[in-house]
Design a protein around this ligand. Structure first.
Ligand code: MF3
Ligand code: CO
Length: 255
């Protein structure tokens, strides 16, 4: 069953989303050669707490950190460490905020300095795939219309979508029904309704889609060693279409 959120629940989720968007936007300038992923984790946690939020991932199923930092061939769930970023790397930063019992979840993949053109194309395509998935989050569409739009965009550029991890409903829990695969035929699954809140999160590999989880029990990497990008927004389905609850302030200065 997919829970429908009331307007007042969505008000709180919008506030959580705004905090998270500000935090991610503020982290990007800190992504530079020589910075450690742990330093980014510290910055993120402080920025969340300063704004009245709490890191949602810390302690979730035993997860040890405030954010996930996934570098190069790491797909998702990389654990912050003393690893230093280098020019030409990419880093996926995935973060969640909980505010007054409601969650927001969002991710971005950032280039460290100059990256190869094919890598730039991977980032752009994954971000576009997210946008096209979000555009389907409207009353009257089916859940798999989101999945299909994402897959179509990613594969149109010769990339592949990860099968082992999915997007999800979100609200008073980080992960709620439904699961949202990033691939599939259109027109299947539940009809979307105003009040549904969805975390849509394409993970796109430059090579093939199979992944494996490392010994730490968290870090997912591509099996073929190809690089991977991840973008995520928390979205509310409204009568007038999708509302991105984690939209960055600079993209929407009116909020
Ligand atoms: N965005 C990811 C997800 O929805 C992050 C969860 S990582 C964890 O699954 F640390 F919280 F487990
Ligand atoms: Co998520």
């Amino acid at each position: 069953m997919i829970e429908l959120k009331s307007p007042s629940q969505i008000v709180t989720m919008r506030r959580a989303g705004r905090i998270l968007a500000e935090v991610l936007e503020a982290l990007v300038p800190a992504v530079r050669p020589g910075v450690t992923t742990q330093a980014l984790d510290d910055l993120a946690r402080e920025a969340m707490v300063r704004r009245g939020g709490r890191p949602a991932f810390q302690g979730y199923r035993g997860y040890p950190s405030s954010i996930c930092t996934s570098v190069n061939d790491e797909v998702v769930h990389g654990i912050p460490s003393r690893r230093k970023l280098s020019e030409g790397d990419i880093i996926g930063i995935d973060a969640g905020v909980v505010l007054e019992g409601y969650y927001a979840d969002s991710a971005v993949t950032v280039a460290v300095g100059d990256v190869r053109p094919q890598v730039r194309e991977l980032l752009r395509t994954t971000e576009e795939a997210l946008a096209e998935g979000i555009a389907q989050a409207q009353p009257g569409k089916h859940l798999s219309d989101i999945s299909h739009a994402i897959q179509k965009k990613a594969e149109s550029r010769g990339f592949s979508v990860v099968r082992d991890f999915v997007g999800h409903g979100i609200g008073s829990q980080l992960h709620e029904a439904p699961q949202i695969p990033n691939y599939g035929a259109p027109g299947k699954g539940p009809l979307l309704k105003a009040g549904m809140c969805l975390a849509i999160e394409p993970m796109v590999n430059a090579g093939r889609w199979p992944v494996k989880v490392l010994e730490d029990g968290w870090t997912a990497v591509t099996q073929d060693g190809s690089w991977s990008a991840h973008f995520e927004h928390t979205v509310a389905v409204t009568e007038s279409g999708p509302e991105i609850l984690t939209e960055w302030p600079k993209k929407n200065p009116s909020k």
